[in-house]
Ligand binder design. Structure first.
Ligand SMILES: O=C(COP(=O)(O)O)N(O)CCCOP(=O)(O)O
Ligand SMILES: [Zn+2]
Length: 283
């Protein structure tokens, strides 16, 4: 059933588990996520970045996600990931998204507060939940690039002021993760996470979670992470399955036969994440 991000994440926050937020760019990815959620009885967040909306069109993403959510036997929220453009954010709200991220992390602190407050006001008026970002999460994906040196961790004092002044529902924090594939093993600042959780006592979000070792993810969940963003690991599962199939079936040209195994491979990866996050049987 279609719910807001806040409904899903408040439960996760209260009971100490995390919910996967998986990026969608086409029908097979949407189906893989929903199948994984139903097979594990997990709540789940379908999310699209601005890059994903550019690729598929907001109407297509919204239509697929709404059908999927309304038919699903588990709670599903539809989330805009890394929204930076106010018009785009309003467009998502008008298209039925139940959660939006305003990523003001590239602005100075006071400006991040200002842009975030503006989105909270309009989103809450429409019954839509809001995620914001404080501190800079490094790494590269299609539309997001933050150099290592510019990646700055979230300051607990600033986080307290930020949340009080903006009224956001959940906060993406920078504690050592980065978007996209890792070169070495990411070292997460768990002490910082613990302090921020104690000070804010609200749902927290981890970006750049693909490739983070399982024990680090479990420790982050135990210390208060409740929404975990995954994109790269889904891309890698899709990519591997398609390449394998095409290599082994050079004469097959039916997209259903090529994309079907990719859907299955993505589903298995996503079910594994839900187990690690602790969202299994929480629906
Ligand atoms: O935090 C994450 C996922 O990080 P991961 O890929 O490292 O799992 N995200 O917000 C996904 C960002 C995807 O952006 P784009 O569609 O522009 O490439
Ligand atoms: Zn992200």
């Amino acid at each position: 059933m279609l719910v807001t991000g806040k409904e899903i994440l408040q439960d996760a926050h209260k009971k100490g588990y995390a919910v996967g937020a998986f990026n969608v760019n086409n029908m097979e990815i949407v189906q893989a996520i929903i199948q994984a959620a139903e097979e594990t009885n997990s709540p789940v967040i379908l999310q699209a970045s601005q890059g994903g909306l550019k690729y598929a069109g907001v109407e297509y993403i919204a239509a697929m996600a709404k059908v999927a959510a309304e038919k699903a036997k588990v709670p599903v929220a539809i989330h805009l990931d890394h929204g930076t453009d106010f018009t785009q954010i309003v467009k998502c709200i008008r298209n039925g998204f139940t959660s939006v991220m305003i990523d003001g992390s590239k602005h100075p602190f006071e400006e991040n507060i200002a842009v975030t407050k503006k989105v909270v006001e309009i989103a809450h008026a429409a019954g839509v939940s809001v995620e914001a970002e404080l501190g800079k999460i490094g790494g590269t994906e299609d539309d997001i690039t933050v150099d290592e040196k510019d990646a700055t961790f979230t300051d607990p004092d600033e986080a307290e002021k930020f949340v009080k002044e903006t009224g956001v529902d959940y906060l993406a924090i920078a504690i050592g993760t980065a978007h996209g594939p890792y070169k070495g093993e990411p070292k997460l600042d768990f002490d910082r996470l613990k302090t921020i959780k104690e000070r804010l006592n609200m749902p927290l979000v981890l970006h750049g979670s693909s490739g983070v070792p399982e024990e680090s993810i479990k420790k982050a969940v135990s210390l208060g992470i409740n929404k975990i963003n995954i994109d790269t690991d889904i891309r890698l599962a899709f990519n591997g399955a398609v390449r394998d199939f095409v290599k082994n079936n050079p004469d097959v040209y039916d997209p259903r036969k090529i994309l079907g195994p990719a859907r299955e491979a993505m589903k298995e990866v996503i079910k594994g994440k839900m187990t690690i996050f602790g969202s299994v049987d929480r629906a």
